[in-house]
Design a protein around this ligand. Structure first.
Ligand code: ZN
Ligand code: ZN
Ligand code: ZN
Ligand code: ZN
Ligand code: ZN
Ligand code: ZN
Ligand code: ZN
Length: 1728
């Protein structure tokens, strides 16, 4: 290779290497074989693989692709399905999760018979016929996992049989291929021999030269490589490269991208060693992965990388139609040993000694070990190669899995030992075991989290069935593992601090717990593996573990710290009538560690009770478990063995009793971990089980005495309370803890019976839910993680509980225990705390009471029912004398202490509860024997257990125990009647009856009194609350329009708001692109109109079930851009909103200056409000605002009684009479539209008017509105389509009546579509609140004020002249001048704007002008429809519509239609064609739909201004459609009545003629665009989240960069996909990300996105933003941020509707501001 002499690797080198490798194929440069084959379609390449039964799918996932896991179908967590296979197979009701492949590599397991519990029946990957039979056979035989029998690992893997596309190849060729591949693999391995494990830079030149190198010349040519670490940003890396190497920014950027892409990059090669070293050192300063090695070695690595690429390509290529042969050859070579020709030079390579652990390491083993020496790209390629070989055949899988498994296992175990004993040299973890294993919990191995993955790898590996068999059957594996466990034995012990507090609270315990709990998870799996063992193997393992434990505990091996631990000694103890020799240890004084990993392992081994049964142990010559332990070890040894867990149990009892308070937080923290619900089964429960096991190995009495001794309670239970080491509350607390342990080891049966896991899960779930309903997450926290992960968990959960789906936007789904299941609840279950137990007891008793009618029911313990295995003898422990003595003194001492103190001491109740539980259990299990001993065996004062119980029976103090005492005594008397009768107090039959009556009465009275007292207390609380509420009501009352004098109080100064001082309502004016125009180029929108409901003010029924029904089917119809609305059909305008709060103008100004003050003092914070935009936050509700609007009450004027024709005539006459008003004419647009210049946002006249001194003070409030409007107007000329005067001229800018007031009312109307108006009209609906109509009045008042400012000389603020001008505009034929001055046809103006102008200056004529405007609207709509339908005429896909439905409203539609258009012949022609094409019924329906919004908007406007003119009429039948209801309310004669309306006809024909003549003269600018008439929607996201990924390259593609974004954000308005915060899509300055860029084109100031990867919503507003909760919930009705849990997620209707509402109500700016206000935000939203 030519360039290799210089060792510079370039793309050309790659091509050369490939060329060399492909040899004879003569491929084009840079091309790969598989691509060329696919392009040529060689032997079927490039097309879908043919379906071959028995061939698995093997689809290799690319990054970002969705993969599915089905717990019900898969054998283990590693089995996944590709989207195609998942969706083609049936998993309804299965526990399915999905995830997005974070990197390329894994493959689909569909069709692999090994991966599934049952056939998943994917049509693309059927099983081979014989396999199908086999599986069916095994399914029918037993519930055993269907699995093909294991074949042994043969040396040579046979060729795959029955492959129909097999090609015969000559042996020569095959041999040549094998040799080439072998050579290539060896080259890779030989190269990697020299590669380093970790990125380090040698400190100096000498060390640099000492690095291992294969360079035969040892040339001083070196290369610097930067490694990808996913920590540093592009910019950081680019900056670093330019600074240290002198490359320019462009080259550096290319490097940075290839580092990210490939995983590493050579950034410099040179012989200038000092310079390179210096550069490398400065790079390591920012902790970037950097290596500097000889260029020769680096070059070889790059070549190796190309070879790997070539190998991968080969796995994708075919020989003829045979797609397997090449993979088979590669597999064979990977599984062969490497040919090593180690010719080392000066410095030897880093070669681990694989032979030490493996008999015959093969190439794949080496590659595995060297995996970490490679980088991202070759690693991914290698994984893909492995994956493609694994799926070749079952033998291949076994061969690869087992060689790697055993290697990995040993490798990982060694790694753990060496890592934690700090046996690390030069950053290489040595692979040989260290001589002495000292462990230091403060050392870095413990502190770094880096090692956690090793444990999970290990656990994952051990889950594998072949590996489990390996572990169970080969003693070497348990020995190796014991070696690992013992490293962590007894680490980090604690000693009680008796006098002063610990000074330094070390937190090493946290990392120790992290490590040992990770280990204990492995222990669990390792222990479980022994289910595959036979008795010999299991006994062997147990003996190994016990011997190891004893070796450590007796300090015969040099493991424990001699300063803290000493050799356990035995001491003699007397208890009852016997003497015991037990271990001597005082927990109050000695060192105790929480960590007993070997005991935990032993516990798991002992749980295989089926293998440890007497029958099976007999086979190997043991008489039972007792024999198993006591033959090799003596009693003392076993006592020593159990003493260590016992010490922990005693210690935690003392900690809980408050005896270790001086040890501070560390001890409490450890306790919390140890007892944590999710973790305790790994430690606490294991220790308890060891203790339970000891009961069946040794004499139970000696165990009980040992426990008493360790707990320091011997004297208490000897009846010598005063000799106890504890006092008072501590003492009784310890007794309570002790009883807990006893109940647990005597009553807990799960491990003792090897309870099937599914039953164990059921038990845990039932108990977790017994206290009340719970969400899935909370439930999962109360159950061990292993159970939650199990496949059956959710099925069991479904069995025992009901699911309540979330209904609102804030609740989550909960599970509720089924009623019948409560019978399974045991309040004394060992996972309950005392509080929980009591809580559940109450629930159970209430149920029993209801069921049986018994007033005080007894919950009798359930029998243990241990029917087989070594624990069968457990119940006999209940006969033990020591235990009887414990029961006796527990009660006796409590009674004595109660009597002496006069009241019950603390814990007394719990102690009695627990003791009765024990007694009752004994009576259930051993009724006869226990009854006898309880009446025979005397203790203190010669009393027996039965005696003291009898004594309690009628004692008032022990009334709560009455029913239990009764039960116990009755049980005993069944067996020994004479034993109970004498001491039991017999009450005379008469007395108790009357007494009972008396008690009952007293009780009833007491209860009544209690209820009265409670009611009184509640009333007080209630009235307190009520007073507050009344205050609020007062406020509301003040705001009602009836009270003219006051408007409520100022939220700043709390003083009255009235005419005395200026005040206003806080409001926000925001730019908006919400309003939509009818998209005339999309025929589906016409179809939508056809199917629209007749009323928009009736709620449309929504499906709110969760998870949505038929989601999968509904999702199959995906549409481009998620049915988003085309951005180009939106209308720009200003939207005003108010929060309802009010302030004095003065207070407002003060408040604003305080905001500016705050901004100055917190300059770095990203404030929720932008002061340049005059924004502020409402101090009360935190709404965003930027204006202060005037507040007025509506007019009380009643409707005018003048009939419409009379009014028109009078109005016309007044116009005729009026004198020419040249000033007024001058104030109208020169374009002849009739609009008024002073109502424009940028009208220069406003500034002039305000500058007049007399105006200044009164315009301050108006100023806020004008400032905000003008600011937006200036920046948005390009978004407006209306003809406007030039900037600087009068009337420039947005026209406020239309662009602000009209826009706002329209938006209110649009937002109200589809919501119920509760029987009235739209203006009555709840969403159109008082606040909104007040705001509309405020906006109109501002317009009035603007007119008055302009015409301030005139009486009435010039209203009269503006009014005249409006009438002239509407009735031009009455005026002498106006026909000439209004060149612009009225029909080209929005009639609603004219109505607003009227409302601002002449509300008294609103009623009549409204009729004119409606007819203008009708005519205008006809014109607009001609334009729309003319475009749509060719569309054929048109909904069939029935006969006419609204003849009563519209009369002769054709006649009206034609009369509108008849003035322009061209237009008339088009209209005729259109009308004939669509027909009268459809045209009518469209006219209805397009004009309904006008009526709705008019109703809102009129109701706000003159409510008494337009009351809601009594409409009687509620099925009257909205159109008719509105016409009636507004007093508008329907079109059907037009023939009777002469005046209207005249006006109409005038307008139409004007339009027609203009159109005839020039068709330019005569188009009319209609508003979108239907209910507004956001995009339609799939109902199931993962369906987004299904066709992601089709639906989620960024149009800017044409890729599927790594972090996709879907615009919920238009459905476009953006690259969020990505380097690829930014504006030129690199400031704004694509979401922000798109927002400008789409929503304007606001953006709403669904961020797919984060699984949340993104709201943007003017450079600010916030993430909010996802509309998707998982099956449990809970959110899953970033898809961490990976459940399938479904859209939640209420949450989704909430998003739509927020957007529709213009709520995003406030939502963003509120979020920013509540958090400390540092900004950066514009980069998204
Ligand atoms: Zn597949
Ligand atoms: Zn499949
Ligand atoms: Zn399934
Ligand atoms: Zn005030
Ligand atoms: Zn507010
Ligand atoms: Zn992009
Ligand atoms: Zn958009």
């Amino acid at each position: 290779m030519s360039s290799s002499r210089k060792c510079v690797f370039s793309p050309a080198t790659r091509a050369e290497v490939l060329l060399e490798l492909y040899g004879v194929f003569c491929l084009p440069k840079h091309a790969t074989l598989s691509n060329v084959q696919a392009d040529l379609g060689f032997a079927g390449a490039g097309s879908e693989d043919p379906i071959v039964p028995g061939r698995p799918c093997g689809h290799i996932f690319s990054k970002g692709e969705s993969c599915f896991r089905c717990k019900d179908c898969a054998l283990d967590d590693s089995c996944v399905l590709c989207s195609r296979c998942f969706h083609s197979s049936d998993h309804s009701d299965h526990n399915v999760s999905f995830f997005v492949a974070q990197q390329a590599g894994g493959c689909c397991d569909c069709g692999d018979m090994e991966a599934w519990r049952k056939p998943i029946s994917c049509p693309f990957h059927p099983l081979a016929p014989h396999v199908q039979e086999q599986i069916e056979q095994s399914l029918s035989t037993a519930d055993a996992t269907p699995r093909v029998t294991q074949r042994s690992i043969s040396e040579e893997i046979p060729f795959i049989e029955n492959y129909p596309y097999r090609v015969d190849i000559p042996p020569d060729l095959r041999d040549l291929m094998s040799r080439t591949i072998a050579y290539a693999l060896d080259f890779i391995l030989d190269t990697l021999d020299y590669s380093p494990d970790e990125a380090t830079v040698p400190p100096n030149e000498a060390d640099l030269r000492l690095q291992p190198s294969a360079d035969p010349m040892q040339k001083d040519q070196y290369a610097i490589i930067i490694w990808n670490d996913d920590k540093h940003s592009f910019d950081e890396v680019i900056k670093l490269i330019t600074e240290t190497t002198g490359h320019d920014k462009k080259t550096a950027s290319i490097f940075a991208h290839s580092i990210d892409d490939a995983g590493r990059e050579i950034i410099d090669i040179s012989g200038d060693v000092p310079r390179l070293l210096e550069a490398a050192h400065s790079m390591t300063k920012i902790e970037l992965g950097v290596t500097i090695r000889r260029a020769y070695d680096t070059f070889r690595e790059q070549v190796a990388c190309v070879i790997i690429e070539w190998l991968l390509d080969l796995t994708r290529s075919r020989l003829g139609a045979d797609t397997l042969i090449i993979k088979e050859i590669i597999a064979a070579e990977l599984l062969s040993p490497r040919r090593q020709e180690n010719t080392y030079f000066t410095s030897g390579p880093q070669i681990p000694d694989l032979a030490a652990d493996l008999a015959h390491p093969c190439r794949i083993d080496w590659l595995f070990v060297y995996h970490t020496r490679l980088w991202k790209k070759p690693r991914i390629h290698l994984k893909a190669i492995y994956a493609s070989i694994l799926i070749l055949s079952h033998p291949h899988k076994i061969a690869i899995a087992s060689t790697t498994a055993s290697l990995t296992l040993i490798f990982l175990l060694n790694l753990i030992v060496n890592f934690f004993t700090n046996h690390i040299e030069d950053k290489h973890i040595l692979t040989t075991p260290p001589a002495k294993q000292d462990i230091d919990v403060e050392s870095t191995p413990f502190r770094s989290k880096r090692f956690m993955p090793v444990f999970s790898d290990l656990r994952y590996l051990c889950h594998n069935r072949p590996v489990q068999q390996l572990i169970a059957r080969h003693p070497a594996f348990i020995r190796k593992f014991v070696e690992v466990c013992q490293v962590f034995r007894c680490i980090n012990p604690n000693k009680r601090v008796a006098s002063n507090h610990v000074e330094y609270e070390a937190d090493a315990w946290i990392s120790v717990f992290n490590v040992t709990l990770s280990l204990s998870r492995v222990i669990k799996v390792y222990g479980e593996a022994f289910a595959f063992a036979n008795p010999t193997q299991l006994v062997g393992a147990i003996t190994t573990v016990v011997r190891e434990i004893l070796g450590v505990c007796t300090l015969s091996t040099d493991r424990l710290d001699k300063e803290k631990f000493s050799k356990p000694m035995l001491h003699d103890v007397e208890f009852g009538d016997a003497q015991y020799q037990i271990v001597d240890f005082n927990v109050l004084e000695g060192w105790v560690s929480f960590h007993h990993s070997l005991h935990w392992l032993l516990a798991d081994l002992l749980k295989h009770v089926d293998i440890l049964s007497e029958e099976s142990l007999e086979q190997i010559g043991l008489s039972g478990v007792r024999d198993l332990f006591l033959r090799p070890f003596n009693e003392g040894a076993i006592l020593t063995l159990i003493d260590f867990p016992l010490r922990v149990l005693a210690m935690i009892a003392q900690i809980r009793a408050g005896l270790w308070v001086r040890n501070g937080f560390p001890i409490r923290g450890q306790l919390l971990h140890y007892r944590d619900f999710m973790l305790r089964e790994l430690c606490y429960d294991q220790d308890l089980f060891i203790l339970q096991s000891s009961l069946i190995i040794l004499d139970p009495n000696i165990i009980i005495v040992s426990i008493l001794d360790r707990f320091g309670l011997l004297s208490f239970f000897r009846g010598e309370v005063e000799k106890s080491p504890y006092e008072g509350a501590h003492l009784l607390s310890m007794v309570e803890e002790l009883l807990y342990v006893l109940i647990t080891i005597l009553g807990e049966r799960a491990s003792a019976t090897k309870l099937p896991f599914q039953r164990a899960i059921r038990r845990e779930i039932v108990h977790a839910l017994a206290a009340g309903p719970s969400s899935f997450t909370d439930l999962a926290k109360r159950v061990s993680e292993r159970m939650v992960d199990d496949v059956s968990f959710e099925r069991v959960l479904k069995d025992v509980s009901h699911f309540r789906a979330p209904e609102s936007t804030s609740d989550t789904g909960v599970y509720e225990l089924k009623d019948a299941i409560y019978d399974e609840v045991d309040p004394f279950t060992f996972h309950y705390t005392r509080n929980k137990r009591e809580e559940v007891e109450v629930i159970l008793k209430n149920r029993l009471r209801k069921k049986t009618g018994v007033k005080d029911p007894v919950i009798v313990p359930k029998p243990l029912t241990i029917t087989s295995g070594p624990f069968q003898i457990l119940p006999s422990v209940l006969e033990s004398e020591a235990l009887l003595q414990v029961m006796f003194y527990a009660i006796y001492n409590v009674i004595a202490l109660t009597n002496s103190a006069g009241t019950a001491p603390p814990s007394a109740e719990a102690i009695l509860d627990q003791t009765f539980q024990l007694i009752m259990l004994a009576l259930v299990e051993r009724p006869s024997v226990f009854s006898h001993v309880s009446v025979i065996k005397p203790f203190a004062e010669e009393k027996k257990l039965a005696d003291i119980i009898c004594a309690m029976e009628h004692d008032e103090k022990y009334k709560p125990y009455k029913s239990r005492i009764d039960w116990v005594l009755t049980e005993i008397s069944k067996h020994v009647p004479e034993g109970v009768q004498p001491p039991r107090k017999v009450l005379s039959p008469a007395a108790p009856a009357s007494d009972v009556e008396g008690v009952k009465k007293r009780a009833t009275k007491a209860r009544q009194e209690a209820i009265m007292a409670e009611m009184k207390a509640q009333h007080e609380i209630f009235s307190l609350n009520f007073e507050e509420e009344e205050d609020e009501n007062d406020q509301d009352m003040d705001e009602t329009p009836d009270d003219l004098s006051s408007y409520g109080t100022c939220i700043v100064c709390q003083e009255d708001l009235n005419e005395a001082k200026a005040f206003g309502s806080l409001g926000l004016v925001q730019p908006s692109r919400l309003l939509r125009k009818h998209p005339d180029s999309h025929s589906q929108y016409l179809n939508e109109l056809m199917t629209m409901p007749q009323s928009l003010d009736r709620a449309s029924p929504r499906d709110t079930t969760f998870p949505p029904a038929n989601a999968e089917e509904l999702d199959t119809t995906s549409s481009p851009n998620f049915d988003g609305f085309p951005t180009q059909y939106t209308r720009f305008g200003l939207h005003a909103s108010v929060c309802g709060h009010m302030m004095h103008l003065d207070c407002f100004q003060n408040y604003n200056s305080s905001i500016r003050q705050r901004h100055r003092s917190h300059a770095t914070r990203n404030h929720p409000e932008n002061i340049h935009r005059k924004e502020y936050i409402c101090p009360l509700c935190k709404s965003l605002g930027n204006v202060l609007l005037p507040v007025l009450h509506p007019s009380k004027a009643p409707a005018s009684q003048v009939p419409f024709p009379d009014w028109i005539r009078a109005a016309g006459i007044s116009v005729l009479k009026s004198k020419p008003d040249s000033v007024m004419d001058g104030l109208q647009f020169r374009s002849g539209t009739g609009e008024f210049v002073f109502w424009s946002a940028q009208d220069p006249g406003y500034g002039a008017a305000v500058r007049k001194p007399e105006a200044a003070a009164s315009t301050k409030m108006l100023d806020t509105l004008m400032l905000s409007s003008r600011m937006v107007s200036q920046q948005t000329r390009h978004l407006r389509e209306r003809p406007e005067p030039e900037v600087g001229e009068r009337g420039a800018g947005m026209y406020l009546p239309e662009d602000l007031v009209g826009y706002t009312i329209s938006a209110i109307e649009v937002a109200a579509r589809g919501t119920d108006s509760s029987g009235g009209i739209v203006a009555d609906s709840l969403s159109l609140s008082d606040t909104q109509s007040r705001m509309i009045r405020g906006l109109l008042a501002s317009l009035t004020r603007l007119a008055a400012l302009e015409l301030d000389g005139r009486p009435d603020g010039g209203r009269e002249s503006v009014k005249q001008a409006i009438i002239k505009r509407l009735l031009p034929e009455w005026s002498r001048t106006s026909l000439t001055s209004f060149s612009y046809p009225l029909l080209l103006r929005d009639p609603f704007t004219v109505l607003i102008e009227t409302a601002a200056v002449a509300p008294e004529m609103l009623q009549h002008v409204l009729i004119l405007c409606y007819y203008a609207c009708l005519a205008r709509t006809v014109i607009g429809m001609v334009y729309v339908l003319n475009k749509a005429r060719t569309y054929t896909a048109f909904q069939q519509s029935a006969a006419r439905a609204h003849a009563d409203i519209f009369g002769d539609v054709r006649m009206f239609f034609m009369s509108v258009v008849r003035h322009s012949p061209v237009f008339e022609h088009t209209a005729t064609l259109v009308f004939d094409a669509f027909g009268e019924a459809r045209i009518e329906k469209m006219l209805f739909a397009f004009t309904l919004p006008f009526l709705r908007r008019a109703a809102i406007l009129c109701r706000s201004v003159v409510p008494f003119t337009f009351p809601t009429p009594l409409l009687g039948a509620s099925n009257v459609n909205e159109y008719k209801r509105l016409l009636a309310t507004l007093g508008i004669p329907p079109l059907a009545d037009l023939p009777n309306q002469d005046t209207l006809q005249t006006a109409l024909s005038g307008w139409c003629a004007h339009y027609g003549h203009s159109h005839a003269a020039s068709q330019l600018n005569c188009g009319i665009v209609l508003d979108y008439a239907a209910v507004y929607g956001i995009v339609r996201l799939p109902l199931i989240l993962d369906n987004i990924f299904g066709e992601r390259d089709k639906v989620m593609k960024c149009h800017r960069c044409d890729t599927v974004p790594t972090d996709a954000a879907i615009c919920l308005i238009c459905g476009v996909t953006c690259c969020m915060a990505s380097h690829c899509c930014q504006d030129e300055l690199g400031i704004r990300g694509e979401c922000n860029m798109h927002t400008r084109e789409c929503g304007g100031a606001i953006g709403v996105y669904f961020v797919v990867k984060r699984c949340s919503l993104l709201y943007l507003y003017a450079g600010h933003g916030t993430f909010t909760q996802s509309p998707y919930l998982d099956v449990h009705g809970e959110v899953d941020v970033s898809m961490r849990r990976g459940r399938r997620q479904y859209i939640h209707p209420a949450r989704w509707e909430e998003v739509r509402k927020t957007w529709l109500n213009h709520g995003i700016p406030t939502a963003v501001a509120r979020k920013l206000e509540s958090t400390v935000d540092s900004g950066g939203w514009e980069t998204l």
